[in-house]
Ligand binder design. Structure first.
Ligand code: ASP
Length: 433
């Protein structure tokens, strides 16, 4: 059995839904279907999930939410009309509106896009609708409860026909509807895949796979045919929005490959995410970055006698609501990359650290961007990393720090903020040589 998950843009309109259905029907193995809520039809459009969140916000603030709800109503009514399905969509919408009026939870409201879309599409497909509330369990902090795998297996492991499960939500420990974090239908697809022990988890989206870099910065970035679970994790940690990070674990443990495919171009191979790959053809899968960070330098004479000190400084920074992405240890000092996407008073922070921890001195250096070069081939292709760094050097881009070795999958560079986009372009250029 194959699990197929379609994202919001693949289901944004009746025309898109028809494409998805054609893909499903082209393969009898595409039996387990997991769906997102309708996404944006164009750049001006608003995702159904965002509209739902807005209605809840407006209702909670005592504002008029009916206009926003009317937009949701209009989109679902139009979809069910265009697809000519026999679903009493107005009654379903009335029930939801009543619950919003009565002050139901945000999780319930924001989950209804997936619920309604799956109801409509299951009818259109002639497939069984399985409410995620019955088979997907979440922990109190919104993560996957492994009990879900057994529930799904019992209910669907030996199913013979097609079935549709809404993505993004399930039931929490209190028995109420609970959602994953945004983009969480990817996680639902992975859970269903693990539960039915699928041969493959096909994740259908609007690009032909994972690209070497963010195409908004590097339009020449090419899709990557094969990538490992570990590389996807590293790319995501370096800032790439490739695939929901939490969606890897359920399928990785069961060694189920994930195939990222394009609904608008189904013949493209897309990207296969799997346990291992040969690094010969593509030693590095991609480059990605995060910004901006300020480099905090903390000094301590005989630092090796105070192994707990970097942790204490990080904790103190967390108390000041500052996140540390990455640290580098020297002999009598260490540097921390502090997220500086919002402003802070560096003197006040240093003062605070000097009071709360045992550091001798504290200072903030320049603002940098972090760029990760990710690939299993970095460790066995002699000279590869050197060539890439050399290309940056040739272009006058100064590397402020470099870390490589933690996982041997990623080389993490700190560069001047202004060089960020240029460095991604140069690095992708090197990958394509
Ligand atoms: N509809 C949800 C969101 O927009 C979940 C998803 O599409 O994966 O975040």
């Amino acid at each position: 059995m194959k699990v197929v998950k379609f994202g919001g843009t693949s289901l944004a309109s009746a025309a898109q839904i028809k494409k998805a259905v054609e893909i499903i029907q082209a393969d009898d193995q595409r039996q387990a279907i997991v769906l997102s809520a309708p996404g944006k039809r164009d750049n001006q459009d608003i995702k159904i999930t965002d509209l739902l969140i807005n209605t809840h916000k407006q209702k909670t603030a005592g504002e008029d939410y009916l206009q926003t709800f009317a937009k949701i109503r209009a989109r679902f009514s139009e979809l069910s009309e265009l697809l000519e399905v026999d679903v009493n969509i107005e009654t379903e919408l009335d029930v939801i509106q009543k619950k919003i009026e009565a002050g139901t939870t945000l999780d319930f409201v924001e989950s209804r896009g997936e619920y309604l879309n799956s109801l409509i599409i299951s009818k259109y497909l002639g497939a069984e609708f399985i409410d995620a509330a019955d088979v997907v369990r979440l922990t109190a902090d919104g993560r996957v409860d492994p009990e879900s795998y057994e529930l799904i297996n019992k209910r669907l492991g030996s199913a013979t026909g097609r079935f549709v499960v809404p993505g993004f939500y399930g039931t929490g420990p209190d028995g109420e509807i609970k959602t994953f974090s945004r983009g969480g239908s990817d996680i639902s697809g992975a859970i269903v895949g693990r539960g039915v022990n699928a041969d493959v988890y096909e994740n259908w989206t609007d690009v032909s796979g994972i690209l070497q870099a963010d195409p908004r910065i590097v339009p020449e970035a090419q899709p990557v045919p094969e990538i490992t679970y570990a590389e996807v994790r590293e790319l995501a940690s370096c800032g790439a929005s490739v695939f929901h990070e939490e969606a890897i674990a359920p399928v990785r443990d069961a060694k189920i490959p994930i195939n990222i495919k394009n609904t608008n171009s189904p013949a493209d191979g897309g990207t296969m995410i799997q346990a291992s790959r040969s690094a010969d053809k593509m030693p590095v899968v991609g480059v990605s970055g995060k910004k901006p960070y300020r480099v905090l330098k903390a000094e301590k004479f005989m630092l090796n006698r105070y192994p707990e000190l970097p942790g204490q400084v990080k904790e103190a920074l967390a108390q000041q609501k500052l996140a540390v992405e990455f640290d580098m240890k020297g002999f009598d000092s260490f540097a921390l990359m502090v997220d500086s996407s919002s402003d802070f008073d560096e003197n006040a922070i240093c003062q605070y650290l000097l009071e709360k921890t045992e550091i001798d001195a504290c200072s903030f250096g320049m603002t940098v961007a972090l760029v990760g070069i990710v690939g299993v081939g970095l460790q066995n292709q002699t000279g590869l990393l050197g060539r890439m760094l050399n290309a940056l050097d040739q272009a006058g881009i100064e590397i402020r720090s470099i870390s490589y070795g933690g996982s041997q999958l990623t080389a993490l560079l700190a560069i001047n903020l202004d060089d960020y986009e240029k460095s991604l372009k140069i690095l992708v250029g090197q990958l394509q040589k």
